[in-house]
Design a protein around this ligand. Structure first.
Ligand code: SF4
Length: 65
């Protein structure tokens, strides 16, 4: 899978970094999402998929299955 994040839509809710800490972090300055690993595999990919579904702002998308 490949993950994309739209930082303009991100509401800094932090669900992604809590749900998939190996894939997402939050910017220290504005709290917006940072993608640490855009092509996660195995367990990280499962957590990333959960995070995409939980993001309240729709800022995260899977661009490849
Ligand atoms: S869960 Fe969505 S809104 Fe919250 S920090 Fe992550 S990308 Fe941003």
């Amino acid at each position: 899978m490949r993950i994309a994040a739209d930082r303009e839509r991100c509401a800094s809710a932090g669900m992604c970094a809590l749900t998939a800490p190996g894939v997402f972090d939050q910017d220290d300055e504005d709290g917006r999402v940072l993608v640490l690993n855009a092509e996660p595999e195995a367990g990280d990919a499962e957590e990333a998929a959960d995070a995409v579904g939980l993001c309240p702002s729709g800022a995260l998308t899977v661009t490849e299955p």
